[in-house]
Design a protein around this ligand. Structure first.
Ligand code: ADP
Ligand code: MG
Length: 216
């Protein structure tokens, strides 16, 4: 089932960007996840590759940034973690066209890149940070990134991050971003592994579970 994006209560600037891109209808995971995310619910979601999960979290995240006052002017409002440099870059590219022409700033924080350049980029207080878990955790430990004001924590491909050995980094990031103020969305191909269960118990508050079709 697909519905037009214009049926979702998203800010008109987001609807404009989607229409400029030529996207008219939300995929099923998008309509379900966006609806719940806009209500402020924590999410645990899965659907197959290529079903549009990136916009399912970026659209409600941007809506929140556009529509509400920040908790902090310095700290990022949204943090998206992805398992690999390539996946983080893909998320960042989608974010870039979604925020084109708006006063929204975003930083891409990848492992293997110059650390001090990233410190400088973080000093500019980007509202969105997208990155790989290891390097983001390094900045948290090094105090070049503070997560006290974080409003939305998004874990893309959480199961793969665990497979790649990022459990400790995810726990550290979770610990440094205040649970009471924060909404968390977790996307994963599988929702039932024991390791993921441990993480979801720890990081999510009464999450809405969404599973579309057969995840891969
Ligand atoms: P997933 O993370 O589920 O694997 P992506 O978010 O990477 O999927 O999206 C896959 C592709 O589909 C991307 O090229 C994206 O731009 C495109 N896409 C996403 N949502 C829509 C939509 N509603 N209409 C048309 N294309 C879309
Ligand atoms: Mg994806």
């Amino acid at each position: 089932m697909t519905i037009p994006f214009t049926d979702l209560p998203l800010d008109h600037r987001i609807l404009k960007a989607l229409s400029v891109k030529g996207f008219e209808n939300a995929t099923e995971i998008q309509s379900l996840a966006i609806g719940h995310a806009l209500l402020g619910k924590d999410l645990l979601a899965s659907s197959k590759t290529g079903s549009g999960k990136t916009l399912a979290f970026l659209a409600p995240a941007l809506h929140r940034v556009l529509k509400t006052k920040p908790l902090s002017r310095k700290d990022p409002r949204v943090l998206v973690l992805a398992p690999t440099r390539e996946l983080a870059k893909q998320v960042f590219l989608q974010l870039k066209w979604l925020i084109a022409g708006q006063k929204i700033s975003a930083a891409l924080i990848l492992g293997g890149e110059n650390f001090n350049d990233q410190v400088k980029a973080l000093k500019h207080s980007p509202q969105f940070v997208v990155g790989t878990a290891g390097r983001v955790a390094d900045h948290v430990k090094g105090k070049s990134l503070y997560l006290n004001g974080l409003e939305l924590l998004i874990l893309d491909e959480a199961d793969r991050m665990l497979d790649l050995g990022f459990a400790d980094e995810l726990k550290l990031i979770d610990h440094c971003a205040d649970h009471r103020k924060r909404q968390t969305m977790m996307f994963s191909a599988t929702l039932d592994s024991a390791e993921l269960h441990y993480l979801t118990e720890r990081m999510l508050k009464a999450p809405q579970r969404i599973s579309v079709g057969q995840a891969n």
